[in-house]
Write a protein that binds this ligand. Sequence first.
Ligand code: ADP
Length: 568
Amino acid sequence: QFPFGRRLPCDIYWHGVSFHDNDIFSGQVNKFPGMTEMVRKITLSRAVRTMQDLFPLEYNFYPRSWILPEEFPLFVAEVRMMKDSDPSWKPTFIVKPDGGCQGDGIYLIKDPSDIRLTGSIQSRPAVVQEYICKPLLVDKLKFDIRLYVLLKSLEPLEIYIAKDGLSRFCTEPYQEPTLKNLHQVFMHLTNYSLNIHSGNFIHSDSVNTGSKRTFSSILCRLSSRGADVKKLWSDIISLVIKTIIALTPELKVYYQSDIPAGKPGPTCFQILGFDILLMKNLKPMLLEVNANPSMRIEHEQELSPGVFENVPSPVDEEVKVAVIRDTLRLVDPRKKKRKDVHQQLWNKYVRQQSHEMGPACSASMKDKQHKHHSLKLSLKLKFYLKLGSCVVCYRCQTLEHVSEGSEQLLGAGPSDRPEYDTTRSVEAGLPSICLKQVFPKYAKQFNYLRLVDRVAALFIRFLGVKGTTKLGPTGFRTFIRNCKLSNSNFSMASVDILYIDITRRWNSMGIDHRESGMCLQAFVEAFFCLAQKKYKSLPLHEQVASLIDFCEYHLAALDEKRLVCGRG
Ligand code: ADP
């Protein structure tokens, strides 16, 4: 810890709250610039809504939400319309102040007119959301899941999910919301920080009882009841990937502003806490994302009135220690160095082998590769050949240090193990790996959703001066001109009007007054407008995809032209 500042550069910087870039020019920082802003309730709701506009079915894991105060009239109108079309619909809504945490300021309502719009709401914006009335119950109690997710890199996108998480329980038996029980927080809110104050809260030394349990213990119970736990996991993975895809466009804008490309700077990674609620039918719903999840592995115990002591919490320890340990393993700076050295050694080894032993050796290497493969499939063992004090794995071309011995068979544990290319002696004593890569592993299934990412790339290209996050009127005009979007039906005067209209509205929402100009969300809105105008009869996501292709095509042609001119 460096409470008074630090003199030497570090490999890894572990910041307590958020990214600050003061004087970091190398290494890795455990926070992304802008992440705290991005996961605030309003910003997250907006980002998810943009994706819901494009892909409504894929993004139905987030409750319908409205942003207050500006969308209050829309909220009232939409609820009235839905009630008119289905008189049996008796909804409940949950109001959550923006930037709040630990259940602070949250309340439930039955009707839009119950919103406390008096004075303070103007100064405290909030999100109002459809309340999930039928959650899955265990022991008659509502609970939510806290899952830890490692965003290891933004470009290229790399996401890992912890195989276990926490389940946090309410402390009063659940009943569907009625006017009588709406205010009972111990029944409706699962926050640990609230329920700890209930007389019913149970601290348990076991991971499968009490008010905080491991998620795996819940899965075991569900599985014994015949639930399809595999499908549940796959739905959760999909929810996590889709949510991060919704966040990445704006994160990239923050990133280029704080860490401009081409200048010395750190790379970033971040552990995020995903709060998920399971519905009765086992559908996971996203509640929120936490940029700074608590990593405490102790809890306070009241020894005598007013006297507290910190005692270890086995459940927290079980889940969180593994997350931190695996994160450090994955971002280990020595790993990258080792990888480079291994690659060099491997190349040298292959060159030497084929040079010294000729074609016969290549054939025998192939045999061994094959043998290795079948061994790995059947016995889950890895086949190593000794090289100096190290062994080379033929198939994964990785190299590991071992104790003396010529040709060895080493047990390799689960099949995803080779990702962790750490020294065996250290590895040997550690429990199994908890963080599992889900992206790019499943990229093929999700890449079609990354449209706004491509819109953000266009936006960043025209931002001009590095360090900004907003596009000026000239930048917007250049974008229109370079992408050949202006024509006799859409004059440059209309372009200026579009810019002014949209930018003024977004800036009046009072989100970020540090800079003037068009923010990414405003640009995305303008882009959708242009796409709808140009490709009238298609669904929105196809209109947007077509316009992106059109812009990228013209920009590539322009780049090529400039390159040729440059050469000339
Ligand atoms: P905070 O950041 O203050 O914890 P959350 O969004 O996590 O805010 O909400 C607090 C709690 O309220 C959640 O842990 C969950 O138990 C409950 N909750 C939040 N949103 C919903 C919802 N849409 N439906 C049902 N319960 C919800």
